[in-house]
Design a protein around this ligand. Sequence first.
Ligand code: XMP
Length: 516
Amino acid sequence: MRENIIILDCGSQFTQLIARRLRELKIHSVILPWDSSVEKISSYAKIHGVIISGGPDSVNAPDSITIAPEILKLDCPILGICYGMQLLAKLLGGVVSSGDSEEYGLTRIRLTGEKSRLLGNLPENINALMSHGDNVSRLPGKFSVTAETLNGVCAAIEDESGKYFGLQFHPEVANTEHGMDILRNFAFRICECSGDWDLENWVENAIANIKSQVGGEKIVCGLSGGVDSSVAAALVNRAVGEQLTCVFVNHGLMRLNEPESVLKSYENMGLNIIYVDASERFLSELAGVTDPERKRHIIGKLFIDVFDEQAAKIPGVKWLLQGTIYPDVIESGGVKSAGKKGAVVIKSHHNVGGLPENMNLKLLEPLRDLFKDEVRKIGELIRVPDEIVSRQPFPGPGLAVRCLGEITQSRLDVLRLADNIFTQELRRSGLYGNIWQAFCVLLPVRSVGVMGDGRTYQEVVALRAVNSQDAMTAEWSKIDYEVLDITAKRICNEVRGVNRVVLDITSKPPATIEWE
Ligand code: XMP
């Protein structure tokens, strides 16, 4: 059984980053909503510590979120970060003042608690990321200030007994100096973690867990060529081999030669695959549809229908395997839904393999604990082919969201050829591996051109390439002019129906990565 640190999410944009940083220290953590009961928290094994995250609220606002006070009595150290520190101070009898000392951005702080177990071994002055409107103006009993800003605002506190700690700044962000040292002190010195989270052990444990979970029962899985579902299938294949059947639906919206090459990789991995070419069904349902959300809904629903039809043919199947990863759990599951503020739907994402209705399948999600880069490392460890592990993210609805306007076979063919040229040129120049995503978008716009002696009136291709860490934000990639030049020339010369190529130079936000 591994050690856990519980992170209570009060809505900070950095909550996931705390988990990420702990993972770098080889410590497993569990993010739970701020309103989790003490019983829920205690149901996790080997809790070594609790971290209360930051959040957008003010503890003095009438309807501000708060944690159950009994949590503070758990028998482990507790660290409050930003809003979490203010909550901790308030719940333990301190006073938080609003509005008289706002600090946002990198702030110089002075560490004053030489004997502090959290901060004692760090330099006297560090720059730390602050983002607060409130501050702790009166400490709870038996607390002392262990760091302050140059304005004299309390930046860190701890209590005499060594159980409670508070940081007004964010140690988890990269630009806070010694942030990792602070988290290391908390985890190892204070919470006495040993750092028992390790990917190789993870694989062995996961295989043992899968075996004991599913016993001799059959499993079905929807594959898309994407990293997560492929790694999940490879893992389960290692654990219970023949019991797993994978369904690979070709929706006719993949890139040039992609269905064939993905299928070949799956066969090389020894997976038991049912391949369904449903491209005509998808294209006929999409005929005449131009609205992005309608496209997404049609594809999502049809995907589930096709998958269900196949899954229903597997006799005695009891489990549905999904490649759900940790960020999916946090974004779609319990954590955010417990927050008070609902998120706006920008795009309705869909992922492969909805739960077939009426089949009562149990859900198997062996990657639920992992971040994307960890999934890739596991993929490498269990020898998933490189073309899958290092594949750029590709949206579930495929080229449908890159073929703006009406989706027809001939427009998709144009897009495929253009996209293939862009990829070839990026690979040739060695840039491909350094780019998060690069692709072409076919615009439903015609412009006038001249080719040979003739006038042309044809469609426009936009080149889109971005760099990103997690797809939440992205910067457009500054690709070499030579590469852009040859790409544009080749597209106009080799792809009939396109006479103009443009480059998308918007970042996310305000744009999104995909155009629809
Ligand atoms: P946007 O366009 O929202 O995309 O900036 C963020 C990331 O998500 C991918 N994407 C999807 N992935 N199903 C998926 O599995 C979808 O429906 C979907 N839509 C967008 C996109 O390629 C980018 O990596």
